[in-house]
Design a protein around this ligand. Structure first.
Ligand code: ADP
Length: 191
């Protein structure tokens, strides 16, 4: 099994690259952001609860996100593996993922980080906000708050996986295809 965490700040291109990677490697894609947005659209209890956090650029509480991820893995268990996009985002989530995968007799193969400058990212997100309809991409102060949360709560996960010898950084600037090729090389090397 190949269980890849695609890591990087908001706007780094995790969603775009995930779509290409699942096609090439036959993995199941778990984007926690997509699952939340689906629930918001369908006005489920989870969606209504998550919306207030997401619209303010804050993280949905770990307990809720961790439970959702365990359910997803249970329902989508498969032989190929998963690509995790936007999860884990805190050390507590990283610890949860270790536990859940262990319960399914598997583990994280690698965390692959897309590295992109913050100024480039703000521009990308504001551009995306013009067409995506995502309220959290349309207001620069909310975008800046997402980076603050990323730097404070999410970036320590790089060390968490580096200590396990599972961290790989990839240049996230350039054409979509170039970045994809760099990711494939990293995955093939790790596997
Ligand atoms: P981006 O990477 O562009 O910020 P995502 O779709 O990954 O977009 O996430 C959008 C929002 O959904 C986040 O700002 C956060 O509020 C919520 N979210 C997504 N994943 C998680 C997670 N693992 N833990 C807590 N909140 C999350």
């Amino acid at each position: 099994m190949l269980n890849i965490i695609l890591f990087g700040p908001p706007g780094a291109g995790k969603g775009t690259q995930s779509s290409k990677l699942i096609e090439k490697y036959g993995l199941v894609h778990l984007s926690t952001g997509d699952v939340f947005r689906y629930n918001i659209k369908n006005q489920t209890e989870l969606g209504i609860m998550a919306k207030s956090y997401i619209d303010n650029g804050q993280l949905v509480p770990d307990e809720v996100t961790n439970r959702m991820v365990r359910d997803f893995i249970e329902r989508n268990n498969n032989d190929q593996g998963f690509i995790f996009d936007g999860y884990p985002r805190t050390i507590a989530q990283g610890e949860n993922l270790e536990q859940v995968l262990q319960d399914f007799n598997t583990e994280v193969t690698s965390m692959i980080a897309l590295e992109v400058d913050e100024d480039e990212l703000v521009n990308r997100l504001l551009e995306r906000g013009k067409t995506s309809g995502r309220p959290d991409d349309q207001d620069e102060s909310i975008i800046r708050n997402r980076f603050k949360v990323y730097n404070e709560e999410t970036s320590p996960l790089a060390d968490f996986y580096a200590q396990k010898g599972k961290f790989i950084a990839v240049q996230g600037k350039g054409s979509i295809d170039d970045i994809f090729n760099n990711l494939c090389k990293a995955i093939d090397h790790a596997n």
